[in-house]
Design a protein. Sequence first.
Length: 130
Amino acid sequence: MSNPFEYYQNTYRATQPAQGQGQGQQAGQGQGFAAPSGGMITQQGQVTASPGLFEQSYVENILRANRGKIATVYMTFTGHQQQVFVGYILGAGRDHIVLRDVNTTKTFVLLTIYLDYITFDEEIALPYQL
């Protein structure tokens, strides 16, 4: 598919300028679809960054940069004591962590809403410069 707009047109809501705005703008500016990163997807299917948008550090990005490493994940579920999960990081998303237990073949999908903190016994890769 040459135009991603065709695939994503039902996924993203069109953004409309507020009344009184958008007049005097060049054609195509202020019209597009919101992208998950906060940028805009034009009708031609190109993603453009919003002005002032900068890369932010999120737990999911740090975990993705360290796939395959062993992590100790500390979680507290509502009304329970803290639980500890030790495993290989398989992946991470905005709301979850996928961990493969080091001692068994169990794979856990852990919701980050219950996440307390994560430790590593080795140096980790960071998706940004300190």
